[in-house]
Design a protein around this ligand. Structure first.
Ligand code: GLN
Length: 537
């Protein structure tokens, strides 16, 4: 079958949720039996978001094959339950880097290298790459930014050219817009959408389907008006009302028939009725919790919850699995001190200490871990959170007051966390960490094993520093066990305190692998421990 290409563009404002609409449509097409993947084109010049501060762009999501990507890829995986890869996130930085490297190799000898055709050709090549794997019948490409942005122009032009190259029925443009509501006159306004569709048309691209974000239902007349002025059929005007959770969006889009109109435009049969039983069961459990848990998330980017997107979603998946509503309390690690830690953490059912880089807020993380360790509060440490747990144990149980990570104190005598050997000669910053999926051997007599119910697991990584095996015996003798090890490199991947009700910390990022249909076992287990504590109160 010829691969079908769907493009999702955005107009009027940013942050309308193109990623969620793309993931929801993909979910519906998948539920009807099609193999689908989603790709994100990001117009910024960074080669990938790995070098971006989370305050700028939210969490950096990591794929199985070690790509540092936009957080929308996390949504794609959580909705579709299918891994993404390097090819699923393309940035302007990547495009230009490739073209400039080619130019230096002499690939265009004698020619002037230009945005059209060289940059647009490279964009088209990246779009088609996923289709050419033969794995997908439908490729959905989300174009970052808003129509009219200077940065997006080459992408829109590349889509125009592709549309021209492909048959009409193999290519579809969905435009996501906003219908603002004027409360003084109590009406939805269609003008910004008309303008945004026109702007798209100025670049030679006609929207086939409009998805309109709105706080109020769109009347029949307004749909007709939008259809008329935007040059689409009335059934191609799709209403996207605000809903309580992003996981409602696929069902809302089903009701609005976004999947049906998409298939009919692509001349594809509807195959089966969409199979969404387990999705609906998840939603029922999520919306009808039997218990509620208060979980503290200790981190330094808590002002912007997008910085911890995958962790928050993993709590939603795991919470639904055990029918609990998880109330995440964001706790700024810079504001935790010996004096206030009991007040901040004392009433919580569990505490997660988040990943991170650099030394801002780390003493607060260490103080938090000491408190939960001494007060039997379930604890889950991820990446930097695991490293801080090791440092806390070294300082307060082993008595090494100067224990530290060489990331924060290169001079310490007790470098319990040290740079990985193969990182020591690397100076470049982009894409150079230990990234992507690695195997880990889990010991049978551990809490981690109880969660995974197997000894061989794979998890995704993103770090430069590691537990220093030189001190392993000192830790083990005193009660901090290494319960997960990389079989090839012997890196410690999981540590636990077995005498504590629940104290598990991991060097990898389990949150990246949690999906609606596969809640992550470590999150489920942590919440179960929190529930036991909460019910025992
Ligand atoms: N900064 C730490 C390291 O590089 C932890 C990284 C993380 O939390 N992702 O090892």
């Amino acid at each position: 079958m010829q691969t079908k290409y769907i493009f999702v563009t955005g107009g009027v404002t940013s942050s309308l949720g193109k990623g969620i609409i793309a993931a929801s449509l993909a979910k519906l097409l998948q539920a009807r039996g099609y193999s689908v993947t989603i790709q994100k084109l990001d117009p910024y010049i960074n080669v990938d978001p790995g070098t971006l501060n989370p305050y700028e762009h939210g969490e950096c999501y990591v794929t199985e094959d070690g790509a540092e990507t936009d957080l929308d890829l996390g949504h794609y995986e959580r909705f579709l339950n299918v891994p993404t890869s390097q090819a699923n996130n393309v940035t302007t930085g990547k495009i230009y880097q490739h073209v400039i490297n080619q130019e230096r190799q002499g690939a265009y000898l004698g020619k002037t290298v230009q945005v059209v055709p060289h940059i647009t050709d490279e964009i088209k090549r990246r779009i088609k790459l996923l289709g050419e794997t033969g794995e997908y019948e439908i490729v959905i490409t989300e174009i970052g930014g808003t129509v009219g942005d200077i940065e997006s122009l080459p992408y829109i032009e590349a889509v125009r050219q592709l549309h021209w190259e492909l048959k009409d029925e193999d290519c579809l443009v969905i435009h996501l817009t906003l219908l603002p509501y004027l409360s003084s006159t109590k009406e939805l306004k269609t003008k910004p959408t008309q303008h945004s569709v026109k702007l798209l048309l100025e670049s030679g691209l006609q929207a086939d389907i409009l998805v309109c974000r709105t706080e109020h239902s769109i009347s029949k007349e307004q749909k007709r008006k939008l259809a008329l002025f935007c040059n689409v059929t009335p059934d191609a005007v799709i209403e996207a009302l605000d809903v309580p959770t992003i996981y409602d969006v696929p069902l809302m889009m089903l009701k609005e028939k976004l999947d049906k109109i998409t298939l009919s435009r692509l001349k594809l049969s509807a195959k089966t009725e969409p199979e969404l039983d387990s999705w609906k069961q998840f939603l029922t459990r999520h919306k009808n919790p039997k218990n509620e848990l208060q979980i503290g998330l200790v981190g330094k980017y808590v002002e912007l919850p997008d910085a911890y997107k995958s962790i928050i979603e993993a709590f939603i998946h795991a919470g639904a699995a055990i029918e609990c509503r998880v109330r995440v309390q964001y706790i700024h690690s810079e504001l935790i001190s010996e004096q206030n830690v009991a007040k901040k953490l004392g009433e919580l059912d569990g505490v997660l200490v988040a990943p991170g880089f650099g030394d801002r807020g780390i003493e607060g993380k260490i103080t938090a871990i000491k408190y939960v360790r001494e007060n039997n509060i379930p604890f889950f440490g991820i990446c930097l959170g695991m490293q801080m747990a090791v440092i806390e144990f070294a300082r307060n149980i082993l008595g090494w007051k100067d224990a530290h990570s060489t990331e924060m104190n290169p001079e310490t005598k007790h470098a319990v966390i040290d740079m990985m050997a193969d990182q020591k000669n690397i100076t470049a910053k982009g894409g150079t960490m230990r990234l992507g999926s690695y195997t880990c051997e889990v010991s049978k007599d551990s809490r981690a094993y109880k969660a995974y119910e197997k000894t061989k697991i794979t998890e995704r990584h993103r770090h430069r520093y590691e537990f220093n095996n030189k001190f392993q015996k000192d830790f083990e003798k005193n009660g901090l066990s290494i319960t997960g090890i990389n079989p090839e490199t012997k890196l410690a991947e999981i540590v636990e305190i077995k005498s504590h009700p629940y104290f598990v910390a991991v060097q990898f990022h389990p949150e990246y692998k949690s999906t609606v249909l596969n809640p992550h076992p470590l999150f489920v287990r942590f919440l179960k421990a929190a529930l036991t504590k909460s019910l025992g109160k």
